[in-house]
Design a protein around this ligand. Structure first.
Ligand SMILES: [Zn+2]
Length: 246
């Protein structure tokens, strides 16, 4: 097995690295998170609005009970005042004053309750509006999540294929060559193997010496670039091809 397989291994490892990064830092992650955050915010608003409505409902029930009490009190006073059982003028005057005051309280309370009911209607409208927005946001989040899942499945499928190819390739490489690859790869951030095209090291773009050139015709020879130190690999019959972008 020539050193070419180390070049292929490096290509596979670089492609795997790109895919892993795409999986981890996928823009669909961000979009799905944003959609989830938006939904959460609307749900919180809706909860607050529903809580406020429940408070208003309690207030309304209390107010209705108060109104019943006051109405009964008013009725009783009214009846006593006009029943004729009290003849004392001063006492009758006091009862009239009291009756007016109770009537005023009754009217004020009725006004308050009407105002409360109006604001409850508005609150119910707000809740309806928020519930509608919540449905839209939930559908959006589901869509984003689905897109993310699909993208992750797609990239995951590609990654699996590359890893399978890598596994098959590694099986064919001698352990000492693998060790050589790992060492040089670590030293050059995953790009320790460089192709030689038209006598130029593609790692550093410098011409290789004529002495090294001779060694490179032996596919088994381990030759390092005198300039950058990368492991050189020469593919026969590709001399006139343009160099790949490293
Ligand atoms: Zn070089």
């Amino acid at each position: 097995m020539s050193l070419k397989c180390l070049w292929e291994l490096q290509e596979l490892d670089l492609a795997i690295g790109v895919l892993v990064e795409k999986l981890e830092e996928n823009p669909f992650h961000l979009e799905a998170r944003e959609a989830a955050g938006n939904l959460e915010q609307i749900e919180q608003e809706l909860n607050r609005a529903e809580q406020a409505l429940r408070e208003q409902q309690k207030k309304l029930r209390r107010g209705e009970l108060d109104l019943e009490t006051i109405t009964a009190e008013h009725g009783e006073l009214h009846q006593r005042l006009y029943s004729g059982e009290t003849k004392n003028v001063k006492e009758l005057e006091q009862m009239e004053v009291k009756l007016r005051s109770v009537k005023q309280k009754q009217l004020t309370l009725e006004d308050n309750l009407l105002g409360l009911m109006e604001s409850m209607e508005k609150q119910e409208e707000l809740i309806g509006d928020l519930a509608g927005r919540k449905d839209v946001a939930a559908a959006e989040m589901q869509k984003r999540q689905q897109l993310l899942d699909e993208e992750l499945a797609r990239l995951g499928g590609q990654l699996k294929k590359l890893e399978e190819r890598r596994g098959l390739l590694v099986e064919q490489i001698e352990p000492k060559r693998l060790q050589l690859y790992r060492n040089i790869s670590e030293r050059y951030q995953g790009r320790g193997v460089a192709r030689v095209i038209n006598d130029i090291c593609q790692g550093c773009r410098v011409f290789i010496s004529s002495a090294q050139r001779g060694f490179l015709y032996d596919p088994q020879a381990v030759v390092y670039c005198e300039n950058c130190g990368r492991l050189l690999v020469r593919f026969a019959g590709e001399e006139s091809l343009p160099g790949p972008v490293e």
